[in-house]
Ligand binder design. Structure first.
Ligand code: ZN
Length: 379
């Protein structure tokens, strides 16, 4: 079976407007395009074309999400607000989720990519898939957009697949440098959807993403946050993956694994303060693919989230898709070795201390423990 690639030109037409990079334009703030732009995603698609890797994938341009699909996660009021503002010249979905006319069509298309990718993998039509979604979705909540996200692409896709009986137990790993608050909120009381987020502590949103947030009600123990200190590189991510993330995912025994694949933990990102190179993203994908093959027949879906380095995101995304497709088609990343040679890439004592502490507390109840030796290392 092959790997699927889901994309649509319409997603690149979403326009957040000239909102400025850090805040809206003003007397002393020159207008500038938003940090979130089409360019990083379009360049990834272009790199796949130029390298030829896209020819090894099963390419799909699925339909946009229906209103019924959106309403499994979002409130009618919120969707009406988006539709009305879209027709009236644009607006803001809530907290820094600006958009111009036409963006709702792009957002419905973006959710449609995640829906189709999840359906194809959940029903066994493809072994795994990549959805090049834009706008991103992992900050969107049921009744508001946040952080460049209008619609919750992953919650929408998961809720639909579960409603149609395609899958029940789903694990979502979010390695975007920002907290995956959208997935966390969507499934916080649900024991059948395990949400994990690996992010820079208190970057965005400022008030969520703490280790202590572990779910509520029946969902207690089905949410895991690893709020990492800034400056984490290859050693810290590899240690976090092998010591806690992979064992926790394996213990949950999902039927499907979804990754909220942002690339803003890369060393070149203007919004994140982490140190990963493209090889690290490829290696983390390899770790997950190996795990998925062991626990859920290889069912793995990657959904594109953040990542604001227009030059570097394409190399990271290409490495992920190459690993997903188990392909020999690589592209030379001119920055990879230099980033790997930067100081403090190795696991630092304060990083190990935090991860060890979370590992002990997470597995304290179940009595399980893992040294991480069971999983392939990359650093
Ligand atoms: Zn992000």
């Amino acid at each position: 079976m092959s790997s699927g690639f889901y994309w649509h030109e319409r997603c690149f037409w979403h326009d957040p407007g000239a909102i400025g990079v850090f805040s809206s334009a003003g007397e002393f703030r020159q207008p500038q395009p938003a940090s979130e732009s089409a360019e990083s995603k379009r360049r990834l698609k272009n790199l796949l074309e130029v390298s030829g890797l896209i020819d090894a994938l099963e390419v799909h341009k699925p339909a946009p999400a229906s209103r019924e699909d959106l309403e499994r996660f979002h409130t009618s009021n919120y969707l009406d607000h988006l539709e009305t503002a879209d027709r009236a010249g644009g607006g803001d979905g809530g907290d820094c989720a600006p958009f111009m006319p036409g963006s709702m069509a792009a957002a419905r298309q973006s959710a449609g990519l995640a829906i189709a990718a999840v359906e194809a993998v959940a029903t066994g039509q493809l072994s795994n898939a990549y959805a090049l979604c834009r706008p991103p979705g992992h900050h969107a909540e049921t009744d508001r957009g946040r952080g460049f996200c209008l619609l919750g692409n992953i919650p929408i896709a998961v809720m639909r697949a579960r409603a149609l009986g395609q899958v029940q137990r789903v694990a979502i790993l979010d390695w975007d440098v920002h907290h995956g608050n959208g997935q966390q909120a969507a499934f916080y009381d649900d024991p059948e959807v395990f949400t994990v987020s690996l992010h820079q502590a208190q970057n965005y949103p400022l008030d969520s993403g703490f280790f202590e947030e572990q779910g509520e009600g029946g969902g207690q123990g089905a949410n895991l946050n690893l709020p990492l200190p800034p400056g984490c590189g290859l050693g810290a991510y590899d240690y976090a993956m092998r010591r806690l993330v992979l064992p926790a995912l394996e213990a949950f025994s999902p039927e499907l694994i979804i990754v909220a694949s942002g690339y803003d933990a890369c060393a070149k990102d203007p919004l994140g303060k982490m140190l990963l190179n493209s090889a690290a993203f490829g290696a983390m994908t390899h770790q997950l693919k190996t795990l998925a093959e062991r626990v859920c027949q290889g069912r793995l879906v990657m959904v594109h989230e953040g990542g604001y380095s227009e030059g570097y995101v394409p190399f990271c995304g290409h490495a992920v898709i190459q690993a997903l497709a188990d392909s020999d088609i690589a592209v030379p990343d001119p920055q990879n070795e230099e980033i790997a040679a930067w100081g403090y890439q190795a696991l630092q004592p304060h990083q190990a201390e935090l991860i060890d502490d979370w590992q002990k507390r997470w597995f304290a109840d179940s009595g399980q423990a893992s040294t991480g030796e069971h999983y392939d290392a990359f650093a």
